[in-house]
Design a protein around this ligand. Structure first.
Ligand SMILES: [Mg+2]
Length: 480
């Protein structure tokens, strides 16, 4: 066995490999664990695969009549992050806080000024209709949003290029959907697995441990069998003597599952053979060693004889894997947020800067309050008296101190933002406040972590405890 596979026993789990808990989860009560494949069990080499998706989409746009010139537009892997919202009507990409207020945004690749944000999104209540706004929910969406922003720039600079911002988005989306549907993307990935996939040597051991603890494991992926077979073979075959094939790790294998409708419709399971041929059996009871396509969660639960909160589903898609799972069947959920590892590393590296920022914020709150009291005091003093003039000068000095602190905090904020993402800062936070994406993760994922093999660091019956919720008044009491 490879040394990398060994998990440290009784050692502290490295911070970036931990499992974080929103809702208490006792694994002893979990009898079955399901896994999504893409970006969950399968970790992609992101820059390579995103670049590929970007290039294929550009090719398809040119085939549809877009100017050849767009081929020169370079891909920027750091242009967007997960959790953003695309405003198709205005050609903007925006980041929302948990109150659904816009914290920052870009029109194409030009930063929106505070006044623009106010005019577009604060003058009247924004209705977040799907016809106008699209969520950047998955890592799959990043290249298309990057390309969309670049096409906005191109369109703004070329008056003869007559496409509405909405059309630009729909064309881009349609081309990338086509790249997925006609296999042009996956055929290249599956022929060059080493280039596009990252092999996690701790993954086979993690699955083995869960099985040894009596958990039933199932694979539930939207990818079809030919692609699933290649990816899973690359990731899991021949690592463990007890599991010559990847299929041996799983009690039930379901491909082409069509999530999220898997959780809301009653499509039957269709049995397929090793060659992806439909065997013509519409089945309600699933068997180990067989392959199924389509299906629904009700029949899956009936087959397992395991229901609701006894099932943990691990996926990367906040909507298709996590939110719908919760709404449909009350399964427990684990969200894989690949970006978390880098996020945590950055936070640890910049802990002194973050701490300095917190200290400055406290000082600013104190001085702003003091300036208010000084002004109030001056208003109550005899007009024109030396006492009043003295207090007014003191109030003005305090206000200037607040201003200097604002500038200092702004500079530090920019340093911190650049550490995570130059344009967007952190995924879960914006200037200390939780983003809409962070809020969704808190609300819908029972636990979240950077990769599936992080479960290997914990006892398979581990009890994951949530930290106590603290309301603002409780934080005040504790002096935070
Ligand atoms: Mg996925």
């Amino acid at each position: 066995m490879n040394a990398d596979v060994v998990f440290p026993q009784n050692a502290t789990v490295p911070m970036e490999r931990r499992i974080f808990v929103n809702r208490h989860l006792h694994m002893a009560n979990i009898s079955a664990i399901g896994f999504d494949m893409d970006y969950t069990i399968a970790r992609y080499r992101r820059q390579a695969v995103e670049r590929l998706a970007y290039d294929i989409t550009i090719n398809k746009l040119i085939q549809r009549g877009y100017p050849e010139e767009i081929r020169k537009i370079p891909y920027d892997p750091h242009f967007v992050i997960r959790g953003l919202i695309v405003d198709k009507q205005l050609g903007n990409i925006i980041k929302l806080d948990r109150h659904r207020e816009v914290c920052r945004g870009f029109h194409g690749s030009t930063k929106l000024k505070t006044n623009d944000i106010r005019n577009h999104y604060f003058k009247k209540k924004t209705l977040w209709e799907a016809t106008r706004f699209t969520r950047v929910d998955t890592l799959f969406s990043l290249p298309e949003v990057c390309l969309y922003a670049k096409l906005i720039d191109y369109s703004d600079a070329h008056a003869e290029f007559k496409k509405s911002y909405s059309d630009l988005f729909e064309d881009t989306r349609s081309c990338i959907d086509e790249a997925h549907a006609d296999d042009s993307l996956k055929s290249i990935v599956s022929s060059n697995l080493e280039t596009y996939l990252e092999r996690d040597l701790q993954l086979p051991e993690t699955l083995h441990r869960l099985r040894c603890a009596g958990k039933k494991l199932f694979l539930l992926t939207n990818s079809l069998l030919p692609y699933t077979e290649k990816v899973m073979t690359y990731l899991l075959n021949s690592f463990h003597a007890e599991y010559p094939s990847w299929r041996d790790y799983f009690d039930i294998v379901m491909v082409g599952a069509q999530k999220p409708s898997f959780f809301s419709h009653l499509e039957p399971f269709v049995e397929i053979d090793d060659n992806n041929q439909n065997l013509g059996n519409i089945v309600r009871v699933l068997e180990r060693g067989h392959l199924y396509q389509g299906g629904n969660f009700t029949d899956l639960e009936a087959t397992l004889g395991i229901h609701g909160e006894q099932i943990l589903y691990v996926g990367d898609h906040i909507y298709g894997d996590i939110l719908r799972t919760k709404k449909a069947g009350f399964w427990r959920t684990a969200l894989v947020v690949e970006e978390l590892e880098d996020d945590i590393r950055h936070t640890l590296t910049h802990a002194p800067v973050l701490s300095e920022l917190e200290t400055l914020a406290k000082e600013r709150r104190y001085l702003a309050t003091l300036a208010g009291w000084q002004t109030e005091e001056a208003n109550q003093q005899i007009p024109g008296s030396s006492a009043q003039i003295h207090t007014q000068i003191a109030a003005e000095e305090t206000r200037q101190q607040v201003k200097r602190l604002d500038e200092q905090m702004h500079r530090l904020g920019e340093v911190i933002d650049r550490t995570y993402n130059n344009r967007w800062g952190m995924i879960f936070k914006d200037k200390g406040h939780t983003t809409r994406f962070g809020e969704q993760v808190s609300n819908f994922a029972c636990v979240y972590t950077g990769r599936v093999s992080n479960f290997g660091f914990y006892d398979p019956q581990h009890e994951y405890w949530t930290p106590p919720d603290l309301m603002p008044h409780e934080q005040d009491i504790r002096g935070w």
